[in-house]
Design a protein around this ligand. Sequence first.
Ligand SMILES: Nc1nc2c(c(=O)[nH]1)N[C@H]1C(S)=C(S)[C@@H](COP(=O)(O)OP(=O)(O)OC[C@H]3O[C@@H](n4cnc5c(N)ncnc54)[C@H](O)[C@@H]3O)O[C@H]1N2
Ligand code: MOO
Length: 443
Amino acid sequence: MSTLADIAAELPGYDPSDLRVADATAFLEALAEPVQGTETLPLHEALGRVLAHDLVSPLSVPPHDNSAMDGYAFDGAALQPGQPLQLRPVGQALAGRPWQGQVAPGECVRIMTGAVMPAGLDTVVPQELTTPGPDGTIAIAPDVLRPGANRRLRGEDLQEGAIALQKGELLSPAAIGLAASLGLQTLEVTRRLRVAYFSTGDEILRPGEPPRPGAIYDSNRATLTSLLARLGAQVIDLGAVPDDPAQIAAAFARAAAQADAVITSGGVSTGDADHTRAMLQQLGDVVSWRLAMRPGRPMVVGRIARALEGKMASSPIQESAGSYENQSILFGLPGNPVAAMVCFLVLVRPALLRMMGVRQQALPYLQARSSEIIRKRPGRTEYPRGIVFTAPDGNLQVCTTGSQGSGMLSSMVRANGLIVLRHEQGDVAMGDLVDVMMFDAAL
Ligand SMILES: Nc1nc2c(c(=O)[nH]1)N[C@H]1C(S)=C(S)[C@@H](COP(=O)(O)OP(=O)(O)OC[C@H]3O[C@@H](n4cnc5c(N)ncnc54)[C@H](O)[C@@H]3O)O[C@H]1N2
Ligand code: MOO
């Protein structure tokens, strides 16, 4: 495992005092390694979890050629261009009850959707394309069907021996269904990621505390623990800790002892009471960043030792210098509520997904036309909160939520995504196409 200095050395142009989002992302990708450990769960408990190994299909799905329609199965070679066809039903094939008999020329088999195709037959005419013929026969009009129509082939969904689900798949309802279609009852998934969170600040009120002058209720704890829960992490909620070095140190010790990752908010800037930064320099291998992004400028990242309890006062990290097995990854987020959420979505979320073993870590972007002018300074990535909507002409448009103060959490409620204005980009003109990182699934 590399030190933060090693990681930084691999990034040409790495500058912690003016760090590009791309460099921060690459840094965190190197820092956040997948955690070890798996568990086997019944399918119905595996939703939202992460598949630990490639899943090789033990059988073909569907297991046999079968009908896609309710109708009549026959030999498609009998179809002649421009000619009607008359067939005599000689039996019935139901889903789960195959027809075992032989079929002679001029004959067909009544068949239902999902029923196994009788031997020698390759085509199904849906019943609505037939008319009754003389003596119990059915008639098919000319040129309504091609040979092979309405037959689902064995293995057309999945071939036996093929990879049905890839390692790192975040298990969706469809993925769980696919596993069920293979007859599986359990799946091996990576263990849940343990993530501890606490807020810092003397001004933070706990839920239920009466208001007092200068104090605010703790929104970051609610947003961040919710974001973590949405991600499928096991959240260790350590509440709020005042700006007191001893209490913050104790909170870090408690958090690191239990968690793979520790997330805090507040105290990472330059204020007189910003103890988090100073404290962390002693507790682990950490670095303070000033990100070239808005919102979300200050951030602290690194590793802190897990066995801090009891060692805090004397000589904490030096003992374990060089060995990182017992370390938690730290993400110290800025206190401003929107900045904390944006830093989480842009930088922390992909890192945590990586630790969880998830293959696909990026949120999908879509493009929409800006319905307004957006001022943008080149030299930093900006994430204005956006509202994507379908314009009367049917195209996607996006407007901002208005004032972009990084304490305005209500704007995050109204937004359905973050507009992504790239590092080098300048002002956006009305009608320009912009990228939008949609919240859906993440928020
Ligand atoms: N001189 C400078 N001042 C500031 C800078 C700077 O570069 N130079 N950066 C600003 C930016 S950008 C941000 S973001 C904040 C980050 O500061 P901290 O991480 O140290 O956070 P705090 O000072 O503790 O709080 C900032 C703000 O957020 C409110 N807050 C904090 N925790 C919570 C919470 N759990 N729930 C709701 N709101 C919270 C806090 O009351 C403050 O209003 O620094 C700027 N200053
Ligand atoms: O990180 Mo600060 O404004 O960008 O809130």
